[in-house]
Every structure is written in structure tokens, then in C-alpha cells.
Design a protein around this ligand. Structure first.
Ligand code: F6P
Length: 326
């Protein structure tokens, strides 16, 4: 086993439920192997600004069940600049840190990978984003909790929608990906989903709305925030032009999707990933992203972590339509 004295761990990009469970697992696995742990404050910003917190066993007590990230997170433009990465490296060296664990999305991994090559610093990536839009893993930490949040919100919207026989345009997060929207729509019994990966035939959609209104029934249309038409408000504006909005309401779910206590799945996978990161570093491995492949924890070259362009479960779209008569 490789001798590693100290590691640093950071969370980067949008926070996601389960990040804390992962920080706990990284910290306690490292301590188990006699390795010191530093948490970096606010992602790559903390590396540049020299903001580190030494993490002990007890510092990560009672965090596993909490949403967000105790370390803070950010999107850091400065890390794109080589002189800033040099500063980051100097700061790591001052603390005798030999390796870096990055919990975040594909953008965070790109920066980490460049950094690793420039300074010969071992780096392991752990996918943490509610969007689940990273190539090379079937799952990212936070996706499951976000889906549960969305499904619960839609259940509540359905109560009021069916009481008033209304059509709801429910906008969900996902950045430029429709993966959250597609999965949430299938699991919540939505009648339709709009996602960026598909061009919609708006005349067919208008027909659906007309049929739902004529039937005096509720209808839920899930709209990904990155949809080609725009979000739910833009779709509403389109329907307004067709004088179709009397029974239509918009609900933008927003950041509540990203909050709350992580689900069982997010806690467990985050814990497995954290431990695996330390095992890989001790084996002398670097530039890997941990993920789930064929239902198991696996690791791949971090370079594979590009954005997914086509969701795996596009067939859910057919299912959603099959189960709706509108
Ligand atoms: O990437 C995670 C995510 O929640 C996206 O789904 C969303 O587009 C974005 O972050 C929102 O970012 P911000 O926190 O900057 O509003």
C-alpha cells in the first residue's frame, strides 16, 4: 500500500443530498488507515484561498443524515487559470496533502483532472449532483433524494390539480438534461414530459391540453428547466397565445428539489463511494471516477465523465404516453 500522509476532500458545483454522508465516509475511512484529513471550504475556491478545516472522527459525527454539504460548495471560475491552480498546489503542499478527493459533477472533474496531471497529484472523483447527467456512472449522489422530493411535490400538486380539474406545468431542475424530468414524470404518473433531448410537436401538446380540459380532469406536465422551448413559464406563454390557459397553472419547484435529508440509496452509495476513494488512493490509483455500473460500485478513468447527451431510459417516454389517455 502507498504511504499517504494527508488527503483533502472538497465538494464542488451544486450541492446534493448525500454529500455529507460521503464526506463522513471519506474522513473515517482515511482515519482508519492512519491518514489525516482536511476538508476544503467552498470547493476549489478554498484550495486557492487556503481555506482548509482539519477533519477529525467527531467532526463528521451526526452529518450523514443532513442535506447540503458541511464544507460549503461553489462553482470556481478561477480554477480554470493555471496561475490559480499553482497557488492551490502550493497551499496543498504547505499542509503536506498528498491527494485530493473531489465530490461534484463533470465540470469539477475536468478541473481536477488537469490539476492532477499538472502537479502529479493523485485525484479521485466522486459523482455528486442531483442531475445524474455524468457519463460513466448510472447514478450520482443526490439524484435519488431529488427524485423523491419531486415525486412528493407532484403528489401534492395532483391533490389541488384534481380538485380544480386543472392542468399543471411543473418545472423541474436538471440543467441541460431531462433525466430528472423523465424519471420523475414516469414515477409520479404525469401525463406528459418535456425534455431538452427531444423537440416537441406543440400542436399535439395543445391537443392533449384541450382533451384534458374537455374531460374536466387533472393533468400534470413535467417540464425540464433546460427544455428547448424554455421552462414552464415559456410553455405557459405559448399556451396563452392559443387561449388555452384558463385551466392551466405553473409550478416551478426550484431549489427545494436539492434539499432535505438524503434517501437510503443516497446515504448508502455515498458511504460506499467515500470508502472506495480511500482504497483506490492506497492502491496508488489516480484520475479515476467512482460510480455505479451494472448495479455495482466501479471506477473508470475520470476522462469518461462527460455530460450525457441522451438519457438511458428514453423508453420511459413511451410508457408515460401509454399510461395516459390524453
Ligand atoms: O447541477 C445541479 C443543479 O441543481 C441544476 O439542476 C440546476 O440547473 C443548477 O444546479 C442550479 O444551480 P444554482 O444553484 O446556481 O441555482
Amino acid at each position: 500500500m502507498l504511504k499517504i500522509q494527508n488527503i483533502a476532500v472538497l465538494t464542488s458545483g451544486g450541492d446534493s443530498p448525500g454529500m455529507n454522508a460521503c464526506i463522513r465516509s471519506v474522513t473515517r475511512s482515511a482515519i482508519y488507515h492512519g491518514i489525516g484529513v482536511y476538508g476544503v471550504v467552498d470547493g476549489f475556491n478554498g484550495l486557492i484561498k487556503n481555506e482548509f478545516k482539519s477533519l477529525t472522527y467527531h467532526d463528521v459525527s451526526n452529518i450523514l443524515q443532513r442535506g447540503g454539504t458541511i464544507l460549503g460548495t461553489a462553482r470556481c471560475k478561477e480554477f480554470h487559470e493555471s496561475d490559480q491552480r499553482e497557488i492551490a498546489f502550493e497551499n496543498l503542499k504547505k499542509l503536506n496533502i498528498d491527494a485530493l478527493i473531489v465530490i461534484g459533477g463533470d465540470g469539477s472533474f475536468k478541473g481536477a483532472s488537469i490539476f492532477s496531471k499538472e502537479f502529479n497529484m493523485p485525484v479521485i472523483g466522486i459523482p455528486g449532483t442531483i442531475d445524474n447527467d455524468i457519463n460513466g456512472t448510472d447514478y450520482t449522489i443526490g439524484f435519488d433524494t431529488a427524485l423523491n422530493n419531486i415525486v412528493q411535490a407532484i403528489d401534492k400538486i395532483r391533490d389541488t390539480a384534481s380538485s380544480h380539474h386543472r392542468v399543471f406545468l411543473v418545472e423541474v431542475m436538471g440543467n441541460n438534461s431531462g433525466i430528472l424530468a423523465l424519471n420523475a414524470a414516469a414515477a409520479s404518473g404525469a401525463e406528459e414530459v418535456f425534455m431538452p433531448e427531444r423537440q416537441e410537436d406543440l400542436s399535439l401538446f395543445e391537443e392533449k391540453i384541450r382533451r384534458a380540459i374537455a374531460a374536466n380532469k387533472s393533468s400534470i406536465i413535467v417540464i425540464a428547466e433546460g427544455d428547448q422551448i424554455g421552462g414552464a413559464k415559456e410553455v405557459f406563454e405559448h399556451l396563452k397565445e392559443k387561449q388555452l390557459t384558463e385551466k392551466v397553472r405553473v409550478s416551478v419547484l426550484g431549489h427545494m428539489q436539492r434539499g432535505g435529508s438524503p434517501s437510503f440509496k443516497d446515504r448508502l452509495n455515498a458511504t460506499l463511494f467515500g470508502e472506495q476513494a480511500i482504497v483506490l488512493l492506497l492502491q496508488g490509483k489516480s484520475n479515476l471516477m467512482i460510480g455505479i455500473a451494472n448495479g455495482k460500485v466501479a471506477s473508470q478513468n475520470i476522462a469518461i465523465a462527460e455530460k450525457i447527451t441522451t438519457p438511458k431510459n428514453m423508453d420511459y417516454l413511451k410508457l408515460i404516453r401509454k399510461l395516459s389517455i390524453y
